[in-house]
Design a binder for this molecule. Sequence first.
Ligand SMILES: [Mn+2]
Length: 579
Amino acid sequence: MAVTAAPPAVRWITKPRNLEQEAIFRRELGLSPLVAILLAQRGFTDSAEAARFLNPSLDDLHDPRLLPDYEAAKDALLGARERKEKIYVHGDYDVDGVTSAAIFTRFLRRLGCDVTVHVPHRMKEGYGIHESAILAAKEEGASLFLTCDCGASAHDQIAMANELGMRVVVTDHHEVGANLPNALAVVNPHRHDSQYPFAELCGAGVVFKLCQGLCQELELNVAHFHRAFLDLAVLGTVADVMPLTGENRIITAFGLQHLRDTKKPGLRALLKLIAEGKPLERLNASHIGFQLGPRLNAAGRIDDAARSLTLLMEEDPKGAEAMAQELDRINKERRQEQEVMLQEAIEQTMASGQDTRNVIVVSSENWHPGINGIVAGKLVEKFHRPAFVASINVETGEVKGSARTIPGFNLANAIEQHRTLLLSGGGHAAAAGFAVKHEHLEGFAGSLHDYAGTFLTPDDFVPTLTIDAEVTAGDADLRTAKELVKLEPFGVANCTPRFMVRCLEVQRIQATRNPEHFRLVLGSPQGEVRSAMAFFMQEAIEALSPGDRVDMIIEINVDDYNGLEGVKWIARHVRPAEA
Ligand SMILES: [Mn+2]
């Protein structure tokens, strides 16, 4: 039986305005009031910088030579090319890891290098570099072991590669410890001594920049290089949930265009599949986040990431189509498995009363480790508490899990606090992985609850929705919708703008073909009539009746249905009108 919990109340928070800064932007950049409000809120304090944000240019990409150890990496790569030595590229099993590996492999082969490429198998090798990969590289006769999206903390593995007589170049974007691994070069913008102006590149971004540098070095056509590789760089950047600001914004803005027009048969096949036969007019970051990314990730989660890499490397359109279909099938399987796991996780949470504890810890022998992270994220959405979801391995007596969290609870700190209880663990503030002996799992859960109790307050368990500005229905029109396009691409750290409109009268509630989606017809106090789509808000919409007055949080889009341009609202939240 399906178990449902009442959705938690949501607090609406309107971001503060900066009237002075807005006035400067309006005056100096000739911006409309709404765009000026949004730029001021997004932290811009300088007109020149705001103008660069509104008009991303490839000329504003940073000098790759500023990357730490750029020179040493360049010398190692070009040296291997000159000496015709084999280069072993080692990536990772997620989208960033396979796109990084694909950029290196495609680019270095174009330069005439002899390249073998490997991405790890999640179940057999686990995260990062496994000994078996180093032995395989040696076996293949590689002289240069080149990592991407991993290696920053692989001290032992890199020492082993050195002992076997290979040279090692690490490229990565994960946090580094006090000591760097003993490689010829460690190209990582997170190094404490990094002079690089932007630290938030993903693994594929670092590889893209390093190759861009080689391109300049060899006096190759850099514009051509951009066209050929931004499609892969944008996939890694968006799928790895990087902030879409600074250099990532440039990579994303241009990468989305190049991805839509990509010539790579594998990507063409994937795009065709998600467009369901229709041509894709526009491609935005959410296409990567919700459609392309999950398909490229699915193989790494429950099968072998090498399948995704093969698709990215494929040159034959027929073969690419079959591979894309196969990834789609694996993704469907992943989704089905996830549905079952989620239902069980919700039942376990409720049955054990953890829906009111500080931290949720659930586990099962039947759960797939590659899907725990997604399920943890869904539990956080549902219960608004930190969630640890784990798979029990009965043979080893070990439990491996993933955690996701709410803003007030930092997972990296929580893992650090419990080092002695854990077999291993690590990650970021918002996402982490851990392993613990089965007999210690209950103690871990109890300790997490107590630990969280020392600083979390009831307020931390109330989800919030952030509103960029309050507008009238009159303001939220087609012209505004068109202006907001200037701020795209939206994603992490540059979110889709959300607005509050007060006191709308519900005139009609229309069902759609999908029972989870509704169309609302709304009237404003000034007499405008607008329609809004409400996706996955069944419960809230079914509680409404015509004649009700509501406040609503909306997104404002351009709708060009059948060539007729209009404004389209997307409802994000609704509550009875205040006053
Ligand atoms: Mn990454």
